[in-house]
Each structure stands twice: as structure tokens, then as C-alpha cells.
Ligand binder design. Structure first.
Ligand SMILES: [Zn+2]
Ligand SMILES: [Zn+2]
Length: 202
């Protein structure tokens, strides 16, 4: 995945606005995990980041258009993505490193991120927050955030249309475009579960 890490120390005190339209942010994980989504209209994320003492406020919006297989007939179902989000990302815990001391025995600060006990940060999402490997302090990942928000924006059961008839359970024909000769049992589906049950007499 194309990673966009923003060091929190680079964000203005009043917060920073970021626009992301690099499709690889979404296309990368879609390809990597072989997900059945196609970007139809470029995705675009706007993110506002506001660092706090113990984490970062995140607010933004993700828009675009994608297609995903219909939950009933598996044909491509186009859907508009217009998803607003508002969350709080806690800081990651400082890695445990021995305090470096100079010849006179003075302690030297190792990183600029606030110190805190590790157990306060159990909920840290490592795809979104990290301690910079190059000594930039805490960093937040715009790409990680926007990928997670993309997943949250997707409907659980995409449908090509609300009236999609789905596939015939016997022969698999798409009942939106063809009818088949299978005799599907009609009737109250709640009663179907009871068919075949016999009542034992004692
Ligand atoms: Zn369908
Ligand atoms: Zn059929």
C-alpha cells in the first residue's frame, strides 16, 4: 500500500487539512487482498488532523464511486461512496528503550512523543499511528486512515438494485435476466423450516 505518514510535529497547532487523491491508497490494498471492488470514479479523501495531548482528533470525508458484486446476483453493483468520519486515535506507547546517558550521567530524551504507560494505549491502531522509525516522533497514517474509512463506508450487503431477484438456488441462473424451469418451492419461508419435522408422540 502507498503509505502517507504525517509526523504530528509537522501539523500546525490549529490543525492541518489534507487532501488525498492518490488511488494507490485504495487500489493497493484492494489488489493485495484480492478484494472484488473496482474504483469507478476516483476516490478522494479530505482529512483534518488536530493533535491532542494523548492522541489525534481525526475528521474527514471520503467520496467517489466504486462497484462491488451484488450480494444476491453477483453482478457488479455500482455505489456512491460519501462517507463522513470523526474519530480519535490514541498515541502509541513509547517503545521501551534504555535511557541514554552522557559521560556526566545526565539523562537524554530519546524521542519527542509524550511519555505514557503502555497499558493506556491498548486500542492503538498500528496501521494508523506509530512511532516514527526515523526519529520524527509520533506519526499518523493518512493512507491507513482512509483505507479503514473506505472499508467502513462499504455497505455490508451491496445490491445491484433493491428489487434484485438473485440467482436460482437450483440452477444458478440470474433471475433478473432469465427465468428457469426449476420448480422452486414457494410458500412461507418460516414454515419451510418446519417441513420434514415429525412430531413424536409419547
Ligand atoms: Zn443483484
Ligand atoms: Zn433454476
Amino acid at each position: 500500500m502507498h503509505q502517507i505518514w504525517i509526523p504530528l510535529k509537522d501539523i500546525p497547532a490549529g490543525g492541518g487539512e489534507y487532501e488525498v487523491d492518490d488511488q494507490s491508497v485504495w487500489q493497493g490494498p484492494i489488489a493485495e487482498f484480492a478484494l472484488p471492488y473496482t474504483i469507478v470514479e476516483p476516490l478522494r479523501g479530505s482529512v483534518f488532523l488536530l493533535p491532542q495531548d494523548d492522541g489525534c482528533l481525526v475528521r474527514g470525508r471520503l467520496t467517489g464511486r466504486i462497484s462491488a458484486p451484488c450480494d444476491r446476483c453477483a453482478e457488479p453493483a455500482a455505489m456512491v461512496i460519501d462517507h463522513s468520519f470523526d474519530s480519535f486515535e490514541p498515541f502509541p506507547a513509547q517503545p521501551q528503550r534504555p535511557q541514554q546517558e552522557d559521560a556526566r550521567g545526565h539523562g537524554k530524551a530519546v524521542a519527542s512523543a509524550p511519555e505514557a504507560p503502555a497499558e493506556e494505549f491498548e486500542d492503538v491502531d498500528e496501521a494508523v499511528m506509530r512511532i516514527s522509525p526515523s526519529g520524527q516522533g509520533v506519526e499518523v497514517s493518512l493512507s491507513g486512515l482512509l483505507w479503514e474509512e473506505f472499508l467502513l463506508a462499504l455497505p455490508v450487503k451491496p445490491l445491484c438494485s433493491t428489487g434484485c431477484k438473485g440467482l436460482c438456488p437450483s440452477c444458478g441462473s440470474n433471475l433478473n435476466t432469465s427465468s428457469c424451469a426449476c420448480k422452486n418451492e414457494e410458500g412461507d419461508p418460516r414454515l419451510a423450516a418446519l417441513r420434514g419435522l415429525t412430531i413424536e408422540k409419547k
